[in-house]
Design a protein around this ligand. Sequence first.
Ligand SMILES: Cc1cc2nc3c(=O)[nH]c(=O)nc-3n(C[C@H](O)[C@H](O)[C@H](O)COP(=O)(O)OP(=O)(O)OC[C@H]3O[C@@H](n4cnc5c(N)ncnc54)[C@H](O)[C@@H]3O)c2cc1C
Length: 389
Amino acid sequence: MKSAPSSVLENQHPELVDSFETFIQRELVPLASELPENGDLPPFDLRAYVRRRSAALGFYAGDHPVELGGSGMPFTAVVELHHAAGRSGCALAPYALAGSDGPSPLLRHGTPEQIERYLMPLIKGEATRCLALTEPQAGSDAFRLSSVAKRDSDGWVINGRKTFVSNAGHADMALLVTATDPGDGSETGPTAFVVAMDHPGLRIGQRYEGMSGEAMFEILLEQVRVGPEAVIGGEAGVGAAMAMAMDSLSRGRLHVAAQCNGIAEHALRLGVEYARERRAFGERISSYQHVQEHLVSSRAEVECSKLLTLACARLLDEGIDAPDNAALAKLTASETATRVVDRSLQVHGATGWTRGHPLEFLYRYIRMMTIVEGTSEVQKVIVAQAMGL
Ligand SMILES: Cc1cc2nc3c(=O)[nH]c(=O)nc-3n(C[C@H](O)[C@H](O)[C@H](O)COP(=O)(O)OP(=O)(O)OC[C@H]3O[C@@H](n4cnc5c(N)ncnc54)[C@H](O)[C@@H]3O)c2cc1C
């Protein structure tokens, strides 16, 4: 909507967003219409096709430098694309943009060899990866790690167990974050490794079925022997995983925020359209103030959330990366989208609750957004610390 307050910050890259939306409508919507209506996520081979096609068109991982295979877009453009993917309502659109299975900012800290061997194929959509950070006793408290890499002659031996790892079943490589035992008794922080999924000693254990059809996996690490070239960043990367991760948190959180805002906008549109058509007690339900309350409150919250996300993205492009900004945006967008989807489903009554209805799927899909990339409570902890509380 051109008169919406968020339009002041939105539409900074109109041609790019237009061509992305055309790609979704012309190529992805027809493919998505052939998916089974069981409400689950699309099969992996189709997602891989979408990823590669989008990379060939220059959308996937667009903010990476051209010399590495990206398109050199500003971050505000990437945020607008994530928003457009969510807003499209197309089940395949999110896979057209790099997410937690795509090029990881951790690898930007890699050695030139690691960048060429691992990061560039990820940027081009030719490879996919997973991040194995969470452990049974280390979720929000992510760096209290029990998995450990012990220095052994010139390499490392890794042992431990990781849980809730997305995409592990299809990934080409894992980014593993473990505690570090340098072997000389000194204390040091965690270290990040890049390891092929078929590396001896690394194997997938339990499979956890998620609410929206997405599986997560346990990864078991038993005497995984790697050379020094597996440490992200080389020798300088030993003990440096936390600093490397901090450097990349804002962008990941703003991707999630933008997608949530787009989904919220889509859900709100479905709610408004249905309310205008559906009749009860002889009137259109849109004339009832209780129904209006659901939709007007949603509109107010979506506008606020969009403005916050877009403003944070613009600050990042201006070189200002305040982690509490991204935490505020991710907290607001994920909580808003969860409420908006819930309200729009309520406006649809039983129709919205039935399998195959877009709101029934979104209701299950959106629920992860207040947990991934740091829970809502963890975002509040970050903001509280920034406020000196
Ligand atoms: C869909 C999905 C995909 C995921 N993908 C991956 C992946 O690819 N790789 C990976 O490594 N992990 C992944 N995870 C795991 C995810 O990172 C963790 O679930 C998340 O960090 C929270 O950890 P936890 O589940 O152990 O909850 P806990 O940390 O045990 O938290 C439980 C509750 O306590 C609250 N809490 C904890 N600490 C505090 C505090 N200090 N103050 C206030 N409240 C607090 C939390 O907010 C939460 O409500 C994924 C999770 C989901 C749901």
